[in-house]
Design a binder for this molecule. Structure first.
Ligand SMILES: Cc1ncc(COP(=O)(O)O)c(C=O)c1O
Length: 479
């Protein structure tokens, strides 16, 4: 075997433990259009541009051209006045969101200089990326509950939370956890009334909703056609099915976008003007994204949206038939949160994994019902999935696992929440001393549900710090 072959074989061998991201078994994290030729084109485009550096768009003007073209096409989906919309191609939803929060912060610092402790108002369903942005950028978060049956934020609650320090409101269209849209038109009115920035997180829902609209399906108003919307994020590596590393952050106009940029001419090297967080960045994802958008095209996306819509109707019928599981809220897009009053859904997710299907647990907390998240894609094999799901339900009912609920209650009652209690509980849940996780995650998910967030965050830091330990043992015969 030559060097090339042995390297590729080693890489292929380490993939064996993973679930296959293609083919419809993984109902979260991956977005498979099923269009293999589109993927091949994207790979070739990626290879052509992987060594082009987006750090300097004057040296590689092709990247500027590609980005402007992508932004123009995406802006048309979200505004009747797309020519005045400005945007940037980024590496993903989180980067788009961090940039929008930075823009809102810097805009406020120029236009409302009396604000010294800026706040952003987040529904509990707002993506974690906003918390991360606030943490990175030194901004306070004000959390507003969502309705516990619709999972939409109540704009009255948002209004009550606005203070002289508020710089930004957030609404999702749709949110990740429950797949529903917040009332963006009501938030838009608030944004105008209080002169604050409104960001619409359309990272996961926006592209598909725009295509639902083109198909004449009912879609709420959520974009720049509402006058209060200042920025909107939309990920292309989700429902535009491009390779990962593709999102667009859009602004109502260039005047707002400029607050997102960063420039530094105050050092001894080349002048820096960064449009994104990354400085050096491969042109690969940009070219692959452009190629995918062109290859699938408007008609292709309409067909994919139609397939997903039909799949959602079919899946909904299946859940209506099952006594033990139900859909939470009334999801508008392609994401479902599945709850149960009779089943241990933590164990159910493990059972599905054993038969090769990944469904994602949303542990909630002691006040929030845990659920199973399903991301619908055009390739999900629905009948097969439900056959396995019914078998898993039967198994969970016949062989219930030991819950850690009583153990947690007793330990916490006797010792409080100390590092010893946490370590005893992690051990009981199957976490090993080196941080490695058990194959069955039900007990860990249950702990996430039962313990306070500060504690579970600490536990995650510990586990992750152990998992990322330098390791030379994996070489698989490669020097
Ligand atoms: C609504 C929403 N916002 C933001 C993000 C973050 O996107 P990314 O994982 O690409 O950073 C996601 C990811 O699923 C999302 O669903």
């Amino acid at each position: 075997m030559n060097k090339r072959e042995s390297i590729l074989q080693a890489l292929s061998e380490i993939q064996q433990e993973d679930l296959n991201p293609k083919g419809g078994n993984v109902w979260a994290y991956v977005y498979d259009s099923g269009l293999r030729e589109a993927e091949r084109v994207a790979k070739e485009a990626h290879n052509m541009f992987m060594n082009h550096n987006g750090l300097d768009f004057t040296v590689f003007p092709s990247l500027l051209e590609l980005e402007n073209n992508i932004v123009a096409e995406i802006a048309e989906l979200f505004s009747n006045d797309a020519m005045s919309v400005a945007g940037t191609f980024t590496s993903g939803g989180t980067e788009s969101i961090i940039l929008a929060v930075k823009a809102a912060r810097d805009y406020a610092s120029e236009h409302k200089p009396t604000i010294t402790a800026p706040e952003i108002i987040l529904p509990t369903t707002a993506h974690a990326a906003f918390h991360k942005a606030a943490h990175y950028l030194g901004i306070n978060t004000v959390i507003v509950p969502v309705d516990n049956t619709t999972f939409k934020v109540d704009s009255y609650e948002v209004e009550k939370s606005i203070t002289p320090n508020t710089i930004m409101l957030i609404g999702s269209s749709v949110n990740y956890s429950h797949g529903v849209s917040d009332p963006i038109s009501e938030l838009s009115l608030l944004a105008e009334k209080y002169e604050v920035w409104l960001h619409v997180d359309a990272c996961i829902g926006g592209f598909l909703l725009a295509y639902y609209k083109k198909l004449g399906l009912p879609v709420i108003d959520f974009d720049f056609n509402l006058p209060g919307v200042s920025s909107l994020s939309v990920d292309l590596h989700k429902y535009a099915f491009t390779p990962k590393g593709a999102s667009v952050i859009l602004y109502r106009d260039k005047q707002l976008r400029k607050y997102q940029y960063y420039t530094c001419t105050n050092w001894s090297g080349y002048p820096v003007i960064n449009t994104t967080i990354q400085s050096t960045k491969s042109g690969g994802p940009l070219a692959a994204c452009w190629a995918t958008l062109k290859y699938i095209g408007d008609d292709g996306y309409k067909k994919l949206a139609e397939t997903i819509w039909q799949a959602k109707q079919e899946i909904t019928k299946h859940f209506m038939r099952l006594d033990d599981l139900y859909i939470l809220g009334d999801p508008e897009g392609s994401l479902l949160a599945i709850g149960s009053d009779t089943l241990d859904i933590f164990q159910l997710a493990d059972e599905m994994k054993k038969s090769g299907w990944y469904v994602q647990v949303q542990p909630g907390d002691i006040n929030t019902q845990p659920s199973i998240h399903l991301t619908i894609t055009p390739v999900n094999r629905i009948d097969e999935f439900f056959q396995e799901l019914e078998e898993a339900i039967t198994h969970v009912k016949l062989y219930p696992r030991n819950s850690l609920k009583n153990e947690v209650a007793l330990l916490v009652k006797d010792h409080g929440i100390t590092s010893e209690t946490i370590s005893t509980l992690l051990h009981a849940a199957g976490v090993k001393a080196d941080g490695s996780l058990p194959s069955e995650m039900a007990s860990i998910n249950e702990l996430l549900h039962l313990l306070p967030h500060e504690i579970t965050s600490e536990a995650f830091l510990y586990i992750t710090n152990e998992l990322f330990t330098p390791n030379k043992s994996f070489t698989k015969g490669v020097e």
